[in-house]
Design a protein around this ligand. Structure first.
Ligand code: GAL
Ligand code: MG
Length: 930
């Protein structure tokens, strides 16, 4: 018996946006971010007595023409418990915050009259313990509410199986809410205009089999489509299927429409195959998120998410950690994504107790089965996931058993089941889908001879802040190691909620236009854990996506785009450039190309590229498009690949990748000393230069990235005192045109000796530096120099990798070339300010004012360079972007060595080869006025 809630106490009704969470609509119950910990101390299945509850009431005029029809109320999603009353009478209840619930109101409402529908949404319940996903806690009705009517005789279910070989089977289930099924009903179908009729063999079997009751209401349509256009993520061919239910007289009682795709999924050995092809899974984990609505996403939002992913080379989505909005799957079918559909089960905080607790058994099977029943007709869904981070127990096996029996056409995965042994068999997972396992571990497993299942990380490469180091190294290994097939980056979104700084409230729906390019408008910021005054929270761990809260791509997206390049330069040989098609299903006809030759002396030559007609996996040599000029120094050839025509997800001309190859190496050139010029160095050994406001000194510190902080490096660097080196000059020696300075930089962990030799050269000064790091400083952030410039230099131009931010272990997607970016735009506004804006492999650069005055720096070899309006100390001192005050000049870092970014905030650190070793580091550079 359901309780009938009283009218709300203490005041009048107010209005609320539905769909929408109340936590973002002016109530005192605000969003709270927690990762693992539950927001209340009660043990499962208990919940706290103080329980935020939303009572939504609405009068509905039931259309007169619905007389005699079946009337259904659908609530798209409510978190976490939904109670339904109509005209004061209890109707039903439901749980699962991310699935729709339907209530048959036939007989409870009357056509042509007004009824009052009350939806009571209770925030905390036994279900909260299995919805403990790492995200904001909200409350409300997050997807649309719908009232609809059908004939009493209706199609209660349609299940489509469309296979790669063109065979089609449509199983229909027919019900009559009026009672027994009427005589003579039948179904028919239409597939892209082609008529489908009821399968007589199936009917005969049903008639003759005595186990089948007369009331079964089952019918089947079958067909074989010749020359079928098969579905895959590269060419997502869809067919329109209409299924009609007829009464005996031929009139249609019900119609159901589907967009279907012909494709097969299977696991053979340790390969996951789509249409027989071992496809690479270039995936991302995606939550339903929006910075203004919290959890409610519109069709347009979803489309924009998927379009963004497509443009950056992603082909797969894991719906972490619950079934996504239904439109997501339609869009994935249409645009082409492989979807791992995940059930709404995460009991993280009490995982061990719940996995085997029979009180939760039904909830596990209910949540998994309802997801499967909802989504099984989508070709995009290739794998069912039983949920996330819930240990492993009998409840999982029960759910896996149901799925395997009900839908044998798709594999099942569950990370927790494979955790103990990726090679085990007979458990609840068909895929070994680890989270954050190191590359080494995965490669070892693939080479061990023990591998029994495909290995696809369900989560890897944690995108918190300035991160995703070694992504290209991972993909080099995946593509060359049989048994490794890819993974899902954690995660798509930085879940920053747009917040007003003055009153700390979420802005909500009215905030359209209050952000741009990843940055919140003045007076606003992206809130993360703790910003709503939550006593319990997990801080910026919620800001760990490859896009900002407004969907602006972070630099890692360009890295990913290049890693996923459909066409690549394999090598440069005598006969020319060897190109390869790295897709699984498509030729190259949909792509266009342009060659670009970029010479160190500043020249860039272009020529149209004719892409060869290559099938997937094929390579061919094409002639070198340019005669390489004799002079010009280092030379790089780039193939700019774009869409040749409009794609549903990208207009013609959208850049998809920029593979490149070096045609000629640089010849090192030392600048010649200029005897009759002088260089000015003060008594403290500091360079004096009219364009510098602060002389180059040694830097071993960077504003810690989230990886540095959570991975434990930054705390160590602080203990060592790298953020507060004490400089002491020990020797200044002057000869004509040259000054040699020796200095010592002291910190807790020892003394670093730093030498600078300043030599006057034509138009400027040449600086040779060396720093000797004692053994104790065995893993620092950087070794290099930092100086500051006069104001007014607002454009950086360089020859090196770019144009976007790049670091030693995240530089694959930044091609070498001539780049120009305004100084203010070099910076990447990671939600929690940290080291950002670096450019890797810089050979030379200028910083100039609009009148073309400024400075030029030439480097001895490709170096990591950082130009910013902020000092590392400024970035380190604040928690949010809006607290930063940009300086007028530029802070310039030139690094002999810079530590890779890694992913240590959750997962492996960068590889040893990207760390900064102790010992002697040398670098040199030349500074000139423009
Ligand atoms: C995983 C988890 C995700 C998220 C991630 C860290 O363990 O499945 O939900 O918490 O770590 O950001
Ligand atoms: Mg978790």
């Amino acid at each position: 018996m359901l309780p009938t809630p009283d009218a709300p106490v203490g005041g009048a009704w107010s209005s609320s946006h539905v769909p929408g969470v109340w936590t973002m609509q002016g109530t005192d119950d605000l969003p709270q971010y927690l990762n693992v910990r539950m927001p209340f101390p009660e043990f499962p299945p208990h919940s706290p007595a103080a329980n935020p509850t939303g009572v939504y009431e609405r009068a509905v005029d039931v259309p007169a023409e619905w007389a005699g029809r079946r009337i259904v109320l659908q609530v798209g999603a409510a978190e976490s418990v939904l109670l339904v009353h109509v005209d004061g009478q209890p109707v039903g209840m439901s749980k699962d915050s991310h699935l729709a619930a339907e209530f048959d109101l036939t007989g409870r409402v009357r056509a042509g009259t007004r009824s009052v529908v009350r939806l009571t949404v209770v925030k905390w319940s036994d279900a909260s313990h299995i919805e403990d996903q790492d995200q904001w806690w909200h409350g409300g009705i997050t997807r649309s509410v719908l009232l609809y009517a059908t004939d009493e005789l209706h199609l209660s279910d349609v299940t489509v199986r469309a296979s790669f070989d063109g065979s089609l089977r449509v199983d229909c289930r027919v019900r009559d809410t009026g009672g027994a099924l009427p005589e003579g009903w039948y179904v028919s179908g239409e597939l892209d205009g082609r008529l489908l009729t009821q399968d007589a063999e199936f009917d005969r079997f049903n008639r003759e089999d005595e186990r089948v009751s007369d009331f079964l209401g089952e019918a089947r349509l079958t067909a074989t489509v010749p020359d079928v256009r098969t579905w895959n993520a590269e060419t997502p061919e869809l067919y329109d299927l209409t299924v009609r239910l007829h009464r005996a007289d031929g009139t249609a009682a019900d119609t159901s429409r589907h967009r279907i795709g012909f494709r097969d999924v299977e696991i053979t050995g340790r390969d996951l195959l789509v249409n027989g092809e071992r496809v690479f899974i270039r995936g991302v984990n995606r939550h339903d998120f929006h910075p203004l609505t919290g959890r409610t996403v519109s069709y347009d939002d979803l489309r924009a998410d998927l379009v963004t992913l497509k443009r950056f080379g992603f082909n797969a989505i894991r719906t972490s950690h619950y079934p996504g909005d239904p439109a997501l799957y339609d869009l994935a079918d249409e645009l082409g994504f492989y979807v791992v559909d995940e059930a709404d089960i995460e009991s993280h905080d009490h995982a061990h107790e719940i996995a085997d607790d029979p009180r939760y058994l039904n909830a596990f099977v209910d949540r998994v089965s309802r997801m499967v029943l909802r989504d099984r007709n989508h070709p995009s869904v290739i794998v069912w996931s039983l949920g996330n981070e819930s240990d492993y127990g009998a409840n999982h096996d029960a759910a896996a058993g149901w799925v395997r029996r009900h839908d044998p056409t798709r594999p099942v995965q569950y990370e927790g089941a494979a955790k103990l042994d990726w090679a085990a068999t007979g458990d609840a997972t068909d895929i070994a889908c680890p989270m954050y396992a190191s590359l080494e571990e995965c490669v070892d497993h693939a080479l061990s001879g023990r591998q029994t299942k495909p290995l696809i990380w369900c989560e890897y490469s944690h995108a918190m802040g300035n991160s995703n180091g070694t992504l290209a190294d991972h993909w080099a290994a995946i593509e060359s190691t049989p048994g490794l097939q890819g993974g899902f980056i954690w995660e798509f979104w930085d879940h920053g909620i747009l917040q007003r700084v003055n009153d700390g409230r979420p802005v909500g729906r009215g905030g359209v236009g209050l952000y741009d390019n990843g940055v919140a408008a003045p007076g606003h910021r992206w809130a993360y854990g703790g910003d709503f005054g939550e006593a319990l929270h997990d801080g910026a761990f919620i800001a760990d996506g490859v896009v900002f809260p407004d969907r602006t791509p972070k630099p890692v997206m360009y890295e990913h785009r290049e890693i996923a390049a459909p066409v690549r330069i394999e090598c440069f040989r005598h006969e020319g450039i060897v190109l390869g098609n790295h897709q699984h299903f498509r030729g190259l006809a949909w792509l266009a190309g342009e060659w670009e030759l970029s010479l160190a002396d500043g020249r860039t030559l272009t020529a149209p590229a004719e892409l060869p007609d290559l099938r997937p996996g094929e390579t061919a040599a094409v002639p070198l498009p340019f005669t390489l000029p004799e002079d010009g120094g280092e030379a790089w050839l780039t193939l700019r690949v774009t869409t040749a025509a409009d794609e549903p997800w990208a207009p013609r001309g959208t850049v998809l990748c920029v593979p490149q190859v070096r045609l000629r190496e640089a010849v090192p050139q030392a600048p010649t000393a200029s005897q009759n010029r002088s260089v000015e160095v003060d008594d403290d050994g500091l360079l004096v230069h009219p364009l510098l406001t602060s002389a180059p000194t040694l830097s071993l510190w960077r504003a810690p990235t989230d990886n540095d902080e959570l991975g434990g490096m930054a705390p160590r660097w602080r203990d060592w005192g790298l953020d507060a080196l004490v400089r002491k000059v020990t020797d200044v020696r002057r000869t004509p045109g040259r000054v040699t300075v020796q200095a010592e930089y002291a910190c807790e962990a020892g003394v670093v000796r730093h030498a600078q030799v300043f030599t006057a050269v034509e138009g400027g000064v040449h600086v040779e530096e060396s720093a000797e790091l004692p053994e104790q400083l065995d893993d620092v952030a950087r070794v290099g120099c930092v100086f500051e410039t006069v104001a007014g230099l607002d454009l950086m131009e360089w020859y090196g990798q770019g144009p976007w931010e790049s670091y030693p272990d995240r530089a694959f997607g930044a091609p070498v070339g001539h780049h120009a970016v305004p100084v203010d735009e070099l910076f990447t506004p990671y939600l929690r300010p940290q080291e950002s804006g670096g450019r890797h492999g810089v050979r030379h650069f200028t910083l100039s004012a609009p009148d073309a005055t400024g400075l030029a720096v030439a480097l001895d070899e490709p170096r990591q360079v950082g130009v910013s309006r902020y000092r590392a100390a400024d970035l380190t001192a604040v928690a949010h972007h809006d607290e930063l005050v940009p300086g007028a000049g530029c802070v310039v870092h030139i690094d002999a060595a810079h530590r890779g970014l890694g992913t240590a905030s959750c997962g492996p650190d960068t590889f040893a080869s990207y760390r900064v070793a102790p010992g002697v580091h040398r670098w040199s550079w030349t500074l000139r006025a423009l």
